[in-house]
Design a protein around this ligand. Structure first.
Ligand code: SF4
Ligand code: SF4
Ligand code: FES
Length: 328
């Protein structure tokens, strides 16, 4: 079949341009096979990364038809079936990953990706390794807990699509936080409490907007957003909500939904931002919004609990009981 590859090409600090490369391909050809042929047969100046050609090294991440994916994993047939099923001459667009500056064509500068990974101390504590008399063994059950996060091949697809990273330069990114959870869960590591304090205070777990995009693009099913949620749950155990606004936000939201089946917005701001009248600065910051809502008649005067409040409460309690059980 004939396919046109539309490749976004760019030199450092220059405007991107799109170049088209027609190619006769088989549906089973991977995108990487096609890029290789374009480079070898049509344009030797095309730059992209590759290594294993087998979904192992994580080098060939790029945006394929708008989402980040591995070029050696995706194939022409499924791209055409998904994005141009009825086109006479299907097109496949290829672009560099997002959230990282372009060096050339599809090659991006991943320096910050690695720096952010380093920021979560992504290695088992050295102190734990200094056990003098015997090897530090793990049971199969303990090891199994690390399987999902251990599958990360650091390809950058999640980081490329992370909208929290896009707007918040302090957010370390889903790859780093998935690794952070692996460290929290590792039975050999003796820094769990320190780590939780570190991940709580750094612009990390609480910066995630829960958009699910990292889960959806990850080629190894690491589900970074789920791992971020697990770190949050660990942090929240035993916390009262006084510690910081992020913790208060999470706890208040759950408490209010348990009470009323949905959120009583009158209480929400006062509890979270004003910390139940303890934070006078927070309280003052609410005043202009409250006043505007009042004048526009948008301030809710009463609160009516949801008819399904009992069901909602029992669902939340079941999930909380399940989470407590899994932590044991
Ligand atoms: S979590 Fe998934 S998408 Fe993110 S770097 Fe690891 S393998 Fe790639
Ligand atoms: S779920 Fe969170 S970490 Fe994942 S892409 Fe969205 S904002 Fe980023
Ligand atoms: S070339 Fe190694 S993952 Fe694609």
């Amino acid at each position: 079949m004939q396919v046109v590859f539309k490749i976004v090409r760019q030199d450092q600090n220059a405007a991107p341009r799109v170049e088209s490369y027609p190619l006769e391909v088989e549906p089973g050809n991977t995108i990487l096979d096609c890029l290789n042929r374009i480079k070898w047969e049509q344009d030797g100046s095309l730059a992209y990364r590759k290594n294993c050609r087998n979904t192992i090294c994580g080098s060939c991440s790029m945006r394929i038809n708008g989402r980040s994916a591995l070029a050696c994993k995706e194939n022409v047939g499924s791209e055409v079936a998904r994005f141009a099923p009825n086109a006479e001459l299907p097109e496949i667009t290829i672009a560099p990953m997002g959230n990282m500056p372009v060096i050339k064509d599809l090659v991006v500068d991943m320096s910050e990706f690695w720096t952010n990974l380093k920021a979560v101390d992504p290695y088992v504590s050295t102190a734990s390794r200094q056990i003098p008399e015997r090897e530090f063994l793990q049971s199969p059950e303990e090891r199994e807990k690390l399987n999902q996060t251990g599958n990360c091949i650091l390809c950058g697809a999640c980081y490329s699509e992370c909208n929290a990273r896009e707007v918040n330069p302090d957010f370390v990114g889903p790859h780093a936080l998935a690794k952070a959870y692996r460290m929290v869960e590792d039975s050999r590591d003796d820094r769990t409490n320190d780590r939780l304090a570190q991940y709580n205070s750094m612009a990390g777990v609480w910066g995630c907007t829960r958009c699910y995009y990292c889960n959806s693009v990850c080629p190894m099913e690491v589900a970074p957003m789920d791992q971020i949620g697990k770190i949050k749950n660990e942090i929240l155990v035993g916390k009262t909500g006084q510690e910081n606004r992020s913790i208060r936000h999470r706890k208040t939201l759950i408490d209010l939904v348990k009470q009323g089946g949905w959120i009583d917005e009158r209480q929400f701001g006062l509890k979270v931002v004003a910390n139940n009248f303890r934070d006078l600065g927070g309280l003052a910051s609410l005043a202009p919004l409250g006043l505007r809502m009042l004048t526009k008649r948008k301030l809710p005067m009463g609160f009516e609990p949801s008819e399904g409040v009992k069901t909602v409460r029992s669902l939340i309690e079941s999930v909380q009981a399940f989470e407590a059980q899994s932590r044991r």
